[in-house]
Design a protein around this ligand. Structure first.
Ligand SMILES: C[S@@+](CC[C@H](N)C(=O)[O-])C[C@H]1O[C@@H](n2cnc3c(N)ncnc32)[C@H](O)[C@@H]1O
Length: 327
């Protein structure tokens, strides 16, 4: 299998199981984001996604349903081998063969971090049941090293929504509402992942210069976003047709081109730290403390909540409570 090497990245047109065994060293990949074939009738996929077939890149290689469980075990074992200790893997899956992926993961040492639900628009068309409009994202780590999780890479811990909720917490909830990209009249892979979804996983779980792997490149979306965020990429796509169409586009990407599109998180001190406590602040402190305590909320959590509500650090809240004889 010949490598295509550019932008510090390497791509192979071939099977990911034999290809990874031959070309990727143990413990060498920082992050894997991958979207395996679904094991459903590939020729009907465009119906699932409400897409006109003439705008879909052909050549998608599907795995027969009967082989799916065994196939999942084989590729997930390779993914586990190449991940560095502490490395993360995100596997995007529909519902149909989710059980095979979960069973395969159970047979490795990979450890579950979150089971994320990705809610998107354009549900699968149905008449006599609910409309399916979500995917599963299985977020696991390889134990044995420190996992990268860039807590404030997108929102500072003290940033708030207009109604006072923590933006950081909200962004880290395990249900993600991100729409599929609607690009009428443009060629795309059958089930291309949205850039926003990929940016989120890559920002939280890797740093610039890290190696990001995708065993099933399809439209190369993971690799394109990784390079756009100044990471290196490595991956496989078995279909000649898809690979040959996409590899040319990949050469035109400018490494780091997406970095300027990211918002700057406001990190640092809470907004009111160092400011004098007003009568209103003190009233809020008193009332909320008494109320949360009566609700049975643990003291540690009360302090975190009051810190968020009043825009002050833990130490400041603890000191104010102590001074007023609350703790
Ligand atoms: C669900 S798609 C990936 C879509 C991709 N994440 C994107 O955003 O465009 C799965 C891809 O895996 C490819 N594939 C199937 N079997 C493969 C194998 N054994 N090795 C590598 N690629 C394979 C299919 O041809 C298909 O393009």
């Amino acid at each position: 299998m010949q490598p295509f090497v550019f932008h510090n990245s390497t791509f192979y047109n071939g099977d990911c199981i034999t290809g990874a065994a031959e070309h990727i060293a143990d413990n060498s990949v920082d992050l894997i984001i991958t979207d395996p074939p679904y094991g459903i009738n590939g020729d009907l996929l465009h119906r699932h996604y409400n897409r006109k077939e003439e705008f879909v890149v052909g050549g998608y290689v599907e795995i027969p349903r009967a082989d799916y469980a065994d196939f999942s075990i084989r590729w997930i074992r390779e993914a586990e081998r190449v991940l560095r200790p502490g490395g993360s893997i995100y596997i995007v899956s529909g519902y149909t063969n989710l059980i095979d992926l979960l069973n395969a993961l159970k047979r490795t040492n990979l450890k579950e971090i979150n089971h994320i639900i990705w809610k998107y628009n354009f549900g699968v068309f149905t008449r006599r049941k609910y409309v399916s409009s979500h995917y599963h994202i299985l977020f696991y780590e390889k134990p044995g090293g420190r996992r990268t999780f860039n807590l404030e890479s997108r929102f500072g811990l003290h940033e708030k929504t207009a109604d006072g909720r923590s933006l950081n917490n909200f962004d880290r909830e395990d249900v993600w509402c991100i729409n599929r990209e609607y690009k009428p009249g443009q060629m795309k892979n059958k089930n291309q992942l949205p850039t926003r979804l990929l940016i989120k996983m890559i920002q939280y779980s890797s740093n610039e210069g890290d190696l990001v792997g995708d065993l099933f490149l399809g439209g190369f979306s993971t690799a394109a976003v990784a390079i756009g965020l100044d990471r290196r990429a490595i991956g496989f796509e078995i279909s000649h047709q898809i690979f040959n169409t996409k590899i040319q586009e990949m050469r035109t990407i400018t490494p780091g081109c997406l970095l300027s599109t990211l918002q700057n998180p406001k990190t640092g001190s809470p907004e009111n730290s160092g400011k004098t406590w007003t009568d209103n602040d003190l009233r809020h402190l008193h009332e909320r403390y008494t109320c949360l305590l009566a609700e049975g909320v643990a003291k540690k959590q009360i302090i975190t909540r009051l810190g968020e509500e009043l825009g002050r650090g833990r130490w400041s809240i603890e000191k104010a409570l102590k001074k007023r004889g609350f703790s």
